[in-house]
Design a protein around this ligand. Sequence first.
Ligand SMILES: Nc1ncnc2c1ncn2[C@@H]1O[C@H](COP(=O)(O)OP(=O)(O)OP(=O)(O)O)[C@@H](O)[C@H]1O
Length: 272
Amino acid sequence: MTPLLHLQSVSKQFRGLTAVSEVGFDVNAGEICSVIGPNGAGKTTLFNMISGVLRPNAGTITFGGQDLARVKPSRFAAIGIGRTFQNLALFKHGTVVENILVGRHVHLRSSVLEAAWFFGRTRREEIAARQRVEEIIDFLEIEHIRDAVVGTLSYGQQKRVELGRALACEPKLLLLDEMVSGMNLEETEDIARFILDIRDELGITVLMIEHDMRIVMDISDRVQVLNFGRRIAGGTPAEIRNDPAVLDAYLGRSAGQAQAQPVEQQGAAADA
Ligand SMILES: Nc1ncnc2c1ncn2[C@@H]1O[C@H](COP(=O)(O)OP(=O)(O)OP(=O)(O)O)[C@@H](O)[C@H]1O
């Protein structure tokens, strides 16, 4: 089976600093995969390359068999790569509906003339977009705040709106960057449930960066581990949990000593 996402020897340097070094792994359609690693391990840089924010200095990334080096960054959303950001990137003065509608723009094909007169295709697209936004609002259980100004919402609610906006572009692959950081247990469990539903009900493949080991271990099919820009391990949560290289990276001591403490209990260590 051809993987949905394939990374081969991907590297990125910033003025002499190697942020990502020869990283390779696959994400199959229908999987929930996590990328974990201590602070500065290269996770965000890797996500930025997969979503077209940055170009790799070396290596290849293919999506659905298509080499992303040949795709304009502005087309990444249109070909099916959606993402959320570590720091919320919402229009704080807009309503929930308006923010989610923004995610639909990649599917609008009307000409300027059509849009100016609001006829034909423009009208049909606008109706379809609003219908899709309502479905997403329903899916994320945020009907009660649909007309609220985003800046007035709690952090957890804003995160949900950002998720809605990413879903509005109907991605095949959804990149989630630290969705649950700063959330309480209940909010974290809600997000975990939504991620599972996004995969199971919407058929969207998920790749997430996450520091919260509970959600990583609970819902990931596979986990990739980075440290100092390199991929040091990859496998199922059960395989990763006791991998000596992973324990060593998180605790910074020898594998033998680290063995005593499972990775789930080391979320705080990763954030330190
Ligand atoms: N634009 C940039 N210019 C220079 N250095 C950068 C840039 N972006 C990232 N880096 C460096 O690259 C390395 C990897 O950073 P990155 O943000 O990808 O790590 P991370 O695993 O996402 O960390 P965190 O968990 O803290 O978000 C770090 O040393 C960082 O300082």
